[in-house]
Design a protein around this ligand. Sequence first.
Ligand code: ADP
Ligand code: ZN
Length: 713
Amino acid sequence: MKTNPVLEERALALLARFYGYRSFRAGQFEIIDAVCSGRDAVVLMPTGGGKSLCYQLPAMLMDGCAIVVSPLIALMQDQVQGLVSNGIPAAGVHSNQPEDYNRRVLDAAFSGKIKLLYISPERLLTEIDTFGRLKVSLVAVDEAHCISQWGHDFRPVYTDLARIKEQLPGVPVMALTATADRLTRDDIIAQLRLSAPYCFLGSFDRPNISLKAYSNPGKKERLRFIMNMERKYPQDSGVVYCLSRKGAEDTNEALKALGVRTVCYHAGMTPAARDAAMQDFLSGRVNVVCATIAFGMGIDKSNIRWVIHNNLPGNIESYYQEIGRAGRDGMPAEAVLFYSYGDLITRRSFVDESGQKAINKEKLDRMLAYAEARVCRRRILLSYFSEERACDCGNCDNCTNPPKRFDGTIEAQKALSAVLRTREAIGLYTTVNILRGALRADIRREGYDRLPTFGVGSEIPQDEWVDYINQMVQLGVFEIAYDKGNRLKATPYGMKILRGQEKLVLSEYVPPETAKNAKSKKAPAPAVSQNPEEQLFGYLKTVRSDIARMENVPPYIIFTDATLMDMAKRQPATIDDMLQVSGVGEKKAVKYGRRFIREVRKFQGLSASEGAGTSLKETLILFNAGCTVQEIADTKNIKPDTVYSHFAQLIDRDLITAYHAIISADDFKTISSEISSNPTGYNDVLKERYRISVVTVVRSILAAIERKREQMK
Ligand code: ADP
Ligand code: ZN
């Protein structure tokens, strides 16, 4: 597609100035270009792909105010906070704020003071009649999959968003989502009445997220694993997704008992309790959230380093979206899936009760196939989103540790025979108990201890048997009778194996990483062997935490991990250097730059302030960013007189021409007329009222004006 080079230059300038980024990611500018030329657009990018910029930049490039429809208050607040901290006028209207505040926001928008207005769909629909008064540049519908019943998060109120096109004809509408399947996409276009939209389908690959799955880890093992993850990333956060509210609560309590700083989050909590939990998590007061799927849509926390699914999710779309919350800064992150036989049963019962049984069953089967897969997991996920890959990813458990296979025919025969001898009256765990020869009360009561198969598999540990029988279910050796207490039933294929007519290949059991062996492999390297960059990165994080605490905002609002990492690499010495760091825009360079530079200098063994005030260029940057003399002096830790003397030098070089920003017209007049009428004694007169450094500035201004006059001649 041919794009507009003039627009691109302007867009890149804004990108650098406000976000501190040097280039667009694939697709971003084409989308911006399309929207700026008035076209509707559909943007499909995975979580963390960079969707927000696709409407934020057009909002800044176009006249008027952009409306951003967003279903979640937490998301809105986060985005607004992020924008404001970068110096972009944005605000939100939602039910979590006093109504008079909302009104003030709307008034500010009407009077043209806001470039991005975030609003809930409900509120948009009640306000949209009044938007005739507002110059709307574009409407962005975030999480647009909520409009579709095909999607996994249908919200009825979204279906009324068709009114946007009626009420605001001619305004470009963008739909953005991380859900990619074709049905949902077509539905979005139809329901929002988009006309010939520009469609962008981004790559769904998130190569920085490593993928792992473990079948049937015990409860203790799971908890230890989670605890270990928290220790591995003590400065960062993680999410534990549980299937039920109770599961989330129990896991939360159990982790707390192990000393993990965690909160619980699910839809059964009061809104106030949920908000408090969210704030604790976003602010970093806790490291872990144990949650149901109610948690997370639109969570823009860049330092989530891991997501663990404590139970099998219902479909791959949800799963991929949930793990996509990790590693949004592009740095390495981990996704770990635990799944068990019990999960499968619960999920199957959900499917049976659901409206779209056939679709949901199919989706669950695909999810299960992923969980049990012994091939590259990323290839499975990407192929699900129609993104075929020719090579393995090298960053999933199956790639790094390819499973060994073995002939499991004998094991299958033992299991089949145990099941058949009970006349198919038992489920998975009883089967395992019989095979292992466990003398439990229920086994005795049923007389199973007298079966010839009792104890024939005692050499194989419990967890292993559970895994093998699960594989057998997957491979079609057994069927599960959901309507009969989940008993195992031998299939015709199973009968053939039993009779020795077929062989069965199983994958060897891989135990989950326990705290002990995880420690030997995974424990974070001790401080001494850390490379210097990592060490500095750690110090910079501490500075960030301090600032975040002072300002009472989440740390990633100050800078993301990726930004701090780049800072650690570049080790900036001046504000100018600071602006070269990816993710540092002008506003933040000015506001926070010094604090971080000081830390860098300390790390380099230099005194914190030495050399700090010497850069003229730095003063210019601060001045251009709108800082007052006092602010510049404070930031650079120099005297106001020095700042004025910098100004004088900058004016001499014609690098500052906005004189009015330095001195008022009245003062300028007073000083300049004294200089011209009293050329030998003006200093003595003026020093009563003005700093001599200010007088010097005026002399420089007068000289500059004279130079210009000469040039005009
Ligand atoms: P999404 O909304 O698609 O989930 P975001 O818009 O929140 O993703 O972007 C994810 C992260 O990537 C953010 O930290 C954002 O600042 C960063 N990002 C977006 N575009 C760029 C870019 N062109 N260069 C560098 N970082 C970017
Ligand atoms: Zn792989």
